[in-house]
Design a protein around this ligand. Structure first.
Ligand code: PLP
Length: 358
């Protein structure tokens, strides 16, 4: 029995607009030639920076393009923080970010995120008690790994805590555009555009292999990061950034987002239906309105370890939930739905239910 993979939350093959990207690549090379093939200034391809900044009504001086957004986060950690500094994260959070923070010897303060929301009281109590927080990393829209959406009142409270206790908020928003139902909330960046750093990327919207991500930075940080980027990799790929911009300028981006939303919203609904049919009252899970993931918590004190060794034989491959936690995570499972078809989603959840029952 081939295992159904609940492991990687990457865009599926059928989501990547290969033909259109190859047209864009040919056009930008023949029209811009050396401008996209030579060494260049480290903040990235100016026309794409201008496009992004105009949409936010900012100057291009605040936009830094990088080779994916994760790399920019790594640079931010290097430029803003020292070993031993305290950083807060939602718990669970994106596993690679925990890795970057541990590699930089930061002290991680996890804040519990459950299907019913983030426990900001935990953070406030610690701040009142003297916690010297330097930075909080947060994924407010359709979080990886839980799919959670931070409500508006929590976004506002987080901004006011950051102002009162003077810590930097880094909002990572790669899934924000992929909303399948409901209304957009203001991003945390929208609530305080002069202070919040926002990261985002075209990885989930066009193609991850192009490695085109960006940060919107407060003005004083832009030059610091640009210098660090120049000293580290000289410049990110102008060719790939020009391909992304050409894709947008040809009017293909909006249609592509509609196509992705149709594809993924159907898969999300299949996942939620399957969970309801097979795991109701046994587990708790988020009910995302967008993104790539549903977060599942096993009930009754059960842990993934109890069934881990039998999961492959039961026909599913799971990710160890502890990777998304600073502490704990034994009962958490991330369920990516974007790259699975209807049949795999249904069968996969059926197999998971049978495994938990066995
Ligand atoms: C929350 C989050 N941030 C960043 C990334 C990485 O994005 P990029 O490809 O732009 O580096 C991912 C990828 O899965 C993600 O889920």
């Amino acid at each position: 029995m081939n295992p159904i993979l609940f492991t990687r939350g990457v865009p599926p093959q059928e989501s990547i607009p290969i033909e259109k990207l190859s047209i864009c690549a040919r056009e930008v090379i023949s029209e811009h030639g050396v401008d996209v093939l030579q060494y260049a200034p480290s903040p990235g391809y100016l026309p794409l920076r201008e496009y992004l900044s105009e949409r936010k009504e900012l100057t291009a001086e605040r936009v830094l393009l990088g080779q994916g957004s994760l790399q920019i986060l790594d640079m931010l950690i290097h430029c803003l923080l020292q070993p031993g500094d305290v950083v807060a994260v939602e718990q669970p959070t994106y596993d690679r970010v925990l890795t970057l923070m541990r590699r930089a010897d930061l002290c991680i303060f996890p804040i519990d995120l459950r299907p019913d929301g983030l426990d900001l009281d935990q953070l406030e109590t610690a701040l009142v008690g003297g916690l010297k927080l330097r930075l909080m990393y947060v994924i407010a829209d359709f979080q990886n790994p839980s799919g959670a959406l931070m409500p508006l009142n929590q976004r506002q409270r987080l901004v006011s805590l950051s102002q009162q206790y003077r810590f930097q908020i880094v909002e990572d928003a790669p899934y924000r555009t992929l909303r399948y139902n409901g209304e957009d909330l203001p991003s945390i960046f929208d609530l305080s555009p002069a202070t919040v750093i926002q990261l985002s990327s075209f990885s989930k919207l066009i193609s991850p292999g192009l490695r085109v991500g960006y940060a919107v930075l407060p003005e004083n940080l832009h030059s610091i990061l640009s210098k660090y980027a120049e000293d580290t990799y000289i410049n990110p790929s102008y060719l790939n950034q020009a391909i992304v911009l050409r894709f947008i300028q040809k009017g293909w981006f909006e249609g592509h987002i509609t196509f992705l939303k149709d594809l993924y919203s159907h898969r999300l609904q299949m996942m939620l239906n399957a969970l309801q049919s097979h795991l109701d009252r046994i587990c708790a899970w988020t009910k995302p309105e967008g993104g790539f993931f549903v977060g599942l918590w096993l009930g009754n004190g059960r842990t993934l370890a109890e069934v881990w060794e039998r999961s492959e034989a039961a026909g599913i491959r799971l990710t160890d939930g502890r990777g998304f936690f600073e502490r704990g995570g034994e009962s958490f499972i991330r369920l990516p739905f974007c790259a699975l078809d209807e049949q795999d989603i249904h069968q996969g959840i059926q197999r998971l239910a049978a495994l938990l029952d066995s």
